[in-house]
Design a binder for this molecule. Structure first.
Ligand SMILES: [Fe+2]
Length: 546
């Protein structure tokens, strides 16, 4: 086992700064760097195909900038570079997170016919007013062309979740400056704004959400990732979502391991589901929380026809809607029943609520086998901070574990901490030492539970003063109300004990494998051989190699 420190890491913040790092809302906005000056940019879309033109919208205090574009995969390849491009400062509306920045396009370039599918990091550099360089990072995806793709994996980036957590401009689906008191999270978020700092690229060793600290009982929780964000000028949500914290680790691992991987955004799933045709294996990774109805239709149809969905991801929670040709994502979340027009004469099955709201009639388990409200937090705050770290394995003889040497009762990925910080599960029972989904769990026919760990919907509080609780029981109460109609103590007790699973099931001519944890990618980042082996077993089988 990894030897863990017993002290929280220290980023040289005062106690008051540590409080601000966790308790206050802070975000990227024009003018935030003061006298030094700034450069910001966004692309008009998340993804493009070869031959298409990218419009880059730039706002800069410097009159000229340089651009470099690097493909960020198993290795880094520079594809484009240009200096001396003209720029200007552009006005930004106060509610840009919701409405978009509305900047004019500053520079256009064409995706080369020979640019392989993948993630492309754009770095803009200019001179600050103090003579020091200023820069910004942006990311776009080159999606594959249609056609037969024997032996290739298609990874779908969790762009709906990136958008939901993007702090740029002040509002996202968690916190915000909307509403009369400027204290409401945004029900609508725009793609027309830069990514927040830390979504595109991060220094090695940036803290992840799950604690790498052996916390003694009764310790008041601390949140190293938010302290680090505050101390270094990164987004408060850098560790919750984004290419840099999540999707990149799978993509780079797969390329380095010799797989041919293509990348698409969730916008392709929604608007051009035919992108899945021709692939034997489609992968979903990381923190993958926000989906539309149409995206699920695409995956369900693909698997039924004989496709293989490999999901190494957690928190399949919210239905969203896309508007304005995909430039706006809508999710009313906790306020859905009160505010979403889907409940007032609209189509209630499209309500932007938890997938498990009974009125929607389409729990997440119907697509990926597991549900978010039966899972949730593990390994941080007051939610199992001394928990398992890896998946407790119950069915080691399953093909996914071939060659790992793992036994019944062993932990998969504990050293690399793959279990957390949000996990997906099912109501289950143990018979003869083996887990089975209960009859009312929503598990698809034929689902096998391979591993189960514990998780919590509420922060345990007996030893922690109320003022030091971060998660509290808010999410648990919401789940209680969503599932059972009332956020009562009795209903809270019915939902608060969650779990996270690895599951596998057939659908039609195809199959789904689901390791339901956001942090699976930590095992790939940290080169945990057992986690790598399971990942390869799944990809190899689904590509028809074994
Ligand atoms: Fe989440």
């Amino acid at each position: 086992m990894t030897h863990l420190p017993t002290e929280f890491p220290d980023f040289e913040l005062t106690p008051e700064q540590r409080r601000q790092a966790v308790r206050t809302h802070y975000w990227e906005r024009p003018g935030m760097d003061g006298e030094r000056g700034e450069i910001w940019c966004y692309t008009d879309r998340f993804s493009y195909r070869a031959g298409e033109t990218v419009a880059l919208h730039v706002s800069s205090t410097a009159p000229i900038f340089g651009i470099a574009i690097i493909r960020d995969g198993g290795s880094e390849t520079k594809l484009f570079e240009k200096a001396g491009i003209a720029a200007r400062w552009q006005d930004t509306p106060d509610q840009c997170s919701v409405e978009g920045c509305g900047w004019e396009a500053s520079f256009e370039f064409r995706i080369g016919d020979d640019w392989p599918s993948g993630a492309y990091r754009v770095t803009l550099t200019a001179d600050g007013r103090n003579g020091q360089p200023i820069h910004c990072h942006q990311l776009f995806i080159v999606a594959p062309q249609l056609g037969q793709k024997p032996g290739r994996v298609l990874q779908i980036a969790a762009t709906g979740t990136w958008l939901a957590y993007n702090t740029w401009g002040g509002s996202n689906h968690y916190e915000g400056i909307t509403g009369v008191n400027r204290d409401q999270y945004a029900r609508m978020v725009s793609t027309q704004r830069p990514w927040c700092r830390g979504f595109v690229v991060l220094p090695k060793g940036a803290p992840r959400v799950p604690l790498e600290v052996a916390v003694p009982p009764k310790t008041v929780p601390r949140y190293p990732h938010m302290e680090w964000a505050f101390a270094t000028g990164h987004s408060k949500k850098y560790a919750s979502s984004g290419w840099a914290s999540y999707d990149s680790h799978f993509f780079r691992f797969a390329e380095r391991a010799g797989y041919a991987v293509d990348l698409a955004s969730q916008h392709e799933l929604h608007f051009s589901p035919e992108i899945l045709d021709g692939y034997d294996c489609v992968a979903f990774v990381g923190h993958d929380e926000y989906w539309t109805w149409e995206m699920r239709d695409a995956v369900d149809a693909y698997v039924t026809r004989g496709g293989h969905a490999a999901r190494f991801a957690g928190n399949f929670m919210w239905q969203t809607r896309l508007e304005d040709e995909g430039r706006r994502q809508v999710c009313y979340k906790y306020r859905a029943r009160a505010e979403d027009p889907a409940y007032r004469g609209g189509d209630v099955t499209r309500a932007t609520n938890s997938w498990e709201a009974p009125e929607i009639g389409r729990p997440g388990s119907a697509t990926f086998g597991l549900n978010a409200t039966r899972g949730v937090y593990a390994g941080w705050g007051g939610c199992a901070p001394r928990g398992v770290r890896g998946f407790p394995v119950y069915r080691p003889e399953h093909w996914a574990f071939a060659g790992t040497g793992i036994y019944y009762g062993d932990l998969l990925g504990a050293d690399s901490h793959v279990y957390g910080y949000e996990v997906d599960g099912l109501d289950f029972e143990i018979r003869g030492g083996l887990p089975y989904p209960t009859a009312t769990s929503g598990a698809p026919e034929g689902l096998q539970v391979l591993a189960v760990g514990m998780a919590s919907q509420v922060e345990e509080s007996a030893d922690i003063p109320l003022k030091d609780q971060f998660l509290g029981d808010e999410d648990g109460r919401f789940t209680a109300e969503t599932l059972f109609g009332e956020a009562s103590d009795a209903n809270l007790d019915r939902v608060k004990r969650g779990n996270g699973m690895i599951a596998n099931f057939p659908r039609g001519k195809g199959e789904v494998f689901h390791a339901g944890s956001c942090e699976w990618v930590a095992g790939l980042l940290r080169q945990d051989t057992m986690v790598e082996r399971v990942t390869k077993n799944v990809l190899d089988r689904y590509l028809g190699k074994t």
